[in-house]
Structure formats: C-alpha cells, structure tokens
Design a protein around this ligand. Sequence first.
Ligand SMILES: C[S@@+](CC[C@H](N)C(=O)[O-])C[C@H]1O[C@@H](n2cnc3c(N)ncnc32)[C@H](O)[C@@H]1O
Length: 233
Amino acid sequence: MPSSQTLETFDLAERYLRLMRLALTRSLPGSNYAEILPNSKTVSKALRHAAYSAVQRALRPFRLSIVQTNRSSGETMMGMGALDNLHSAMHQVIASQVPGDFVETGVWRGGGTIYMRAFLEAHQIPGRQVWVCDSFEGLPNPKDEYQTMPSAPIDQIAVLRLDGDMYESTIVVLEHLYPKVSPGGIVIIDDHGMLPECNRAVEDYRSKYAISEPLRIIGYVSDNPLGAYWCKD
Ligand SMILES: C[S@@+](CC[C@H](N)C(=O)[O-])C[C@H]1O[C@@H](n2cnc3c(N)ncnc32)[C@H](O)[C@@H]1O
C-alpha cells in the first residue's frame, strides 16, 4: 500500500478496480446478461472445447494455432485471469518502488491500458505514464517495416505488456523496449502458450540475451498454458 493511503481509501480503490475489471470484460449483470445454457448446449460446448484442444495439440509441432477471439464484445480481449495478473504486476512494481511507466503493445480497444490508467488514478500514484502502442488499424503485414518502435519516446518501464499476436510484433518490441525495463520490472507476454510464433519470438530473444529469470505461466485454458510473465532481475 502506498504510504500516503489509509486502509479505507486503499480498500475503496481496490473495490473500484474490481468493478472496473468486470466492466472492461463486460461481465457485469445487465440487459445482455447471458442466459444459463440448457444441458444439451453445455454438453456440445464441452465437446467443442475437447475438439479445439485436440486440434491445438495436433497443430503445435508445426508451430500453428487456431486463434480464438472469445471476448469480442468487451473493451479488452483479456479475461479476468489476465486482468488479475496485470493488477498484481502493477501492485508489485509500486510496492517495490520500481521506477518507470506502464506500456502495452497491441491494445485493440484499449481496455488493458484503460485499466492501467484506472489503477494509477485509484491509488493516486503520480509521475507514471501509460503508453498505448498499436497500428490502430489491425495487424500489419509481417513484411512491413517496423519504423515507429525504435523511436518511441519511452525512457523507463516498470510494466511491459506485449499482446501483438505475431513473431515480428513480439521480437521488435522486446528488442527495443526490454532494455528500458527497470530492474524489478515485469514483462507480460499475453500470447505465450497460445501462439507458437509468439513463443518462438520469446525463446529467441531470451536465449540471444541469456535471460534466465523464470518464465511463469499466468493461467490455463482447457489444459493449455495461456500467457506468461517474468520479472527482470
Ligand atoms: C490481440 S490484439 C490486443 C488485445 C489487447 N491487448 C486487449 O487487451 O484487448 C492485438 C493488437 O495488436 C496490434 N498489432 C499487432 N502487431 C502490430 C504491429 N506490428 N504494429 C502495430 N500494432 C500491431 C493490432 O492492431 C491489435 O490491436
């Protein structure tokens, strides 16, 4: 807890942030509240999940994957597990006084960065920026030149969240922004486990620079790891 905050305002901030996570994932009850599915649909959903997992496993040796966009209606594609992980990462760097800004590369509708901003506001943390990096027109051609990342005017990073879906979008960000991550800073790779090309980019970068800090899995979907992070020593 930042020293200037009382327990009461800290608790209020945390309750507001919990509400924010529900709103950004459109998980709040409302007029669009999902019906409870009858059993027959639940069974067919389970079968669909089993088939999906089997296909993912079969594709993995070929470094291919089916991408499932299961949050097309929220302000973020993140589920609650990924948002909770982002929340913990921000708490950790603030508690350890790790200097630097919060950055997300690949933001889609911006829900992740809205959450970063909300966190800073709710806990009244001054002096940190939130950087929002995207083409704002969808995935570029992997063969396009990546001009803008080397010139991004970002000096120091405490939390770096990568969610660019492609080998190029991941490796270019690591090459240019990882050196700016402060010791104690946290690097989150949203696509790790889901997209083999993203795994390859992370493995290439970590082995090139002999990064040995353990890569920790954020969660699992149908037994498949989804998302990972490490803390820079
Ligand atoms: C999976 S979405 C990001 C989801 C987002 N983090 C969230 O929480 O909802 C991937 C985003 O990456 C962006 N992107 C991927 N590669 C890019 C690149 N090389 N340059 C700019 N934007 C890129 C796309 O435009 C898209 O918005």
